[in-house]
Design a protein around this ligand. Structure first.
Ligand SMILES: NC(=O)c1ccc[n+]([C@@H]2O[C@H](COP(=O)([O-])OP(=O)(O)OC[C@H]3O[C@@H](n4cnc5c(N)ncnc54)[C@H](O)[C@@H]3O)[C@@H](O)[C@H]2O)c1
Length: 259
């Protein structure tokens, strides 16, 4: 219970990794406000998680600054302070790089990168106002470093997030605020089902680059988030930690099992 009594906000928490982070935080004694653009999904997740003593919801779009500000304000209003921000909301679209429209570029960068930037600003302003301290965690990806041509906008957004994390870490260190990122490999969520595991061949291609031989569980990302949010990670700032089953260190391919 290293996080007991802390107050956190998580974006994109109606499902997938964000939902797993909310469950982990609640189990660890954190009071949590979860947010998502999907109002029905958010309500269903809140009902499933239970814990009306420690859980609140705010419907919002991270690409809108006012919505992100409202999320942090709600955490303070409901629970009296603010300690941990998880900028998790993200989207991926498969598209040939030559076919990406201006609108789609703006949409993906607006959610994945600008949304996280708004989260950094809103969280840091509140943390500074209450005397400093706190942790901001950006949900990045191995695609911050690796290139999948069909996910160009996604890779660009996560590459930008790497620098958002670094520059904010340096800027906010005098306020004792740590800014870190988590860069998962392939985690078994709806996002992967719709954009990566589009066929059995696609799954095998991903597994040929995954020494662990399996996709990761959302809870295996949430445990890294919980560690980074805790004082066990008190000397880590500006870094991206990659729970990726060995993807980034592989310089070849590995044998793939049939499903
Ligand atoms: N699943 C993976 O393999 C993987 C790998 C690396 C990084 N990530 C990152 O983890 C994060 C979560 O991914 P996931 O796999 O759980 O995806 P997911 O699609 O299962 O869940 C994403 C959630 O974000 C919400 N969302 C989308 N646009 C939003 C917006 N504008 N404002 C607020 N909420 C919005 C969705 O409604 C959804 O509930 C993303 O940032 C993603 O890039 C995922």
């Amino acid at each position: 219970m290293k996080l007991n009594g802390k107050v956190a906000a998580i974006t994109g928490a109606a499902r997938g990794i964000g939902k797993a982070c909310a469950k982990r935080f609640l189990d660890d004694g954190v009071k949590v406000v979860i947010s998502d653009v999907d109002a029905d999904g958010l309500a269903a997740t809140a009902a499933e998680l239970g814990r009306p003593d420690a859980l609140r919801t705010v419907v919002g779009n991270v690409a809108k600054r006012a919505d992100v500000d409202k999320l942090v304000a709600t955490a303070v209003q409901e629970f009296g302070r603010f300690d941990i921000m998880v900028n998790n909301a993200g989207v991926a679209r498969n598209r040939d790089i030559l076919e990406i429209s201006e609108e789609e570029f703006d949409e993906i960068i607006g959610i994945n990168l600008k949304g996280a930037f708004f989260g950094v600003q809103a969280a840091a302003k509140q943390m500074i106002a209450q005397g400093g301290g706190g942790v901001i965690i950006n949900m990045s990806s191995v695609n911050a470093l690796l290139a999948i041509p069909a996910l160009a906008t996604y890779a660009m957004s996560k590459g930008g997030m790497k620098q958002l994390t670094s520059v904010a870490a340096v800027a906010l260190a005098p306020h004792n605020i740590r800014v870190v990122a988590v860069g998962p490999g392939t985690i078994l969520t709806d996002m992967v089902a719709s954009s990566i595991y589009t066929s059995e061949d696609a799954r095998k291609t991903v597994m040929s680059r995954t020494p662990a031989g399996r996709g990761g569980e959302p809870s295996e990302v949430a445990s890294v988030v919980a560690f980074l949010a805790s004082d066990d990670a008190s000397y880590i700032t500006g870094q991206t930690i990659y729970p990726d089953g060995g993807r980034l260190i592989l310089n070849y391919t590995v044998p793939v099992k049939d499903k």
